[in-house]
Design a protein around this ligand. Structure first.
Ligand code: PLP
Length: 392
């Protein structure tokens, strides 16, 4: 008889964090493990942003702020959404939280009831289905295909939506595939949504700046302005500005939903860290030239890693258009080695190649592995050589 709630027992801990922890353990035991499992930039937070945090402490900005974020940060977010995304929001349509993950959590708390369905294209970011379960709602997984560049088609969306559907999760550029939906793709999905007026949409734009597609980034509201009143735009400073540890994310959307999310936040965490809010203001308002060189480094590593993976027997990696992940199909390698599945292959590779990777099943798609290339070229070269040798 467990003291734990049924709700919490339905949820599993983040598998990506588990692999990273396992690699750290093996490293502590003296093994030379290369970790390609982490979901965070290897770059340092740019100096002017760090300085803004230091200045905030010195100036005594160390107390509570408004629950939904400082007026300065909200204005910086409004200006950013206008500048980068051609979107117009007022301060009452913005909520700042402790990371984009927290924004999504607040959203689910604000809109989901027991039995509501949340449509999630797979492979997905690991937290979407488990967070859904935390609110007694039901994840409805839509399996995409590599031959369709891991994009959910309008027909698949139509087939997944029911009268119990409450929320659709869109993540582009996508963790773990690096897939980017074009404006035309989003327009086609938006047309399907017109027939389901009850369905809300969350667009997770966290990898917005890590993109090398032919056309500039757009989200669902850009493609379908008529969906603005039921779309929550979620973004943050973690990935683009190498600020994962500062924990600042935000949501922009219709005031009624934002104010319900704010109520949840006011009764749980209160305001996000005051010092981090000042640093995030500097990130969004300051010189944006720190973003480009990091993006170019990811792109260069992407090109190297995808080519290196495709040269390995039994591995088939699709070129991505953003993020710092590749999601190769490894079914050939699993078969060749006589292993059971992707989990067994990841286990084999951490032991034989001493490279830590996350099995695709953690993202809702077996037969694949996720390779993070948010690490130096020199480390990536060593890792690819080891993987190649272990699979040859
Ligand atoms: N959304 C996606 C798709 C992510 O990959 C991540 C981080 O891994 C997040 C959201 C969370 O970002 P944050 O650090 O702002 O909570």
């Amino acid at each position: 008889d467990s003291p734990l709630s049924k709700r919490v027992q339905r949820v599993k801990p983040s598998p990506t964090i588990a692999v990273t922890a396992r690699a750290a353990e093996m490293r502590a035991a003296g093994k030379d493990i290369i970790g390609l499992s982490a979901g965070e930039p290897d770059f340092d937070t740019p100096a002017h942003i760090k300085q803004a945090g230091i200045d905030a402490i010195r100036a005594g900005h160390t107390k509570y702020t408004a629950v939904d974020g400082t007026p300065d940060l909200k204005q910086a977010i409004i200006a950013k959404l206008r500048r980068d995304n051609d979107l117009d929001y007022t301060a009452r349509e913005i909520l700042v939280s402790a990371g984009a993950k927290h924004s999504i959590y607040n959203l689910m708390a604000a809109v989901l009831d027991d039995g509501d369905e949340v449509v999630i294209p797979a492979p997905y970011w690991v937290s979407y289905p488990d967070m859904t379960k935390l609110f007694d709602a039901v994840p409805v997984i839509v399996e995409t295909h590599q031959h369709n560049r891991f994009k959910m088609t309008p027909d698949q969306l139509d087939a997944a939506l029911t009268d119990r559907s409450k929320l659709l999760m869109i993540n582009s550029p996508c963790n773990p595939t690096g897939t980017v939906y074009t404006k035309a793709d989003l327009l086609a999905l938006g047309e399907v949504l017109q027939a389901y007026p009850r369905v809300l949409v969350m667009t997770d734009d966290i990898y917005e700046h890590i993109i090398w597609a032919d056309e500039p980034f757009s989200n669902l509201v850009n493609a379908c302005p008529s969906l603005r009143d039921r779309t929550m735009v979620v973004n943050g400073v973690s990935k683009g500005y190498a600020m994962t540890g500062w924990r600042i994310g935000y949501a922009a959307g219709p005031e009624a939903i934002i104010s319900a999310m704010k109520k949840v936040q006011s009764q749980s965490t209160s305001n996000p860290c005051t010092i981090a809010q000042t640093a995030a203001t500097a990130a969004l308002q300051g010189d944006q030239s720190c973003i480009g060189p990091m993006r170019e480094a990811y792109r260069e590593r992407h090109d190297y890693v995808v080519a290196a993976l495709n040269a390995m027997p039994g591995v088939d990696a699709l070129a991505g258009l953003g993020t710092f992940y590749s999601f190769p199909n490894v079914e050939g390698a699993i078969r060749k080695l006589g292993l059971a599945d992707d989990v067994a292959l990841a286990e084999y590779l951490i032991n034989e190649a001493q490279v830590a990777l996350v099995p695709g099943s953690a993202f809702g798609m077996g037969g694949h592995l996720r390779v993070s290339f948010a690490t130096s070229m020199c480390t990536l070269e060593k890792a690819m050589q080891r993987l190649h040798a272990a699979l040859a």
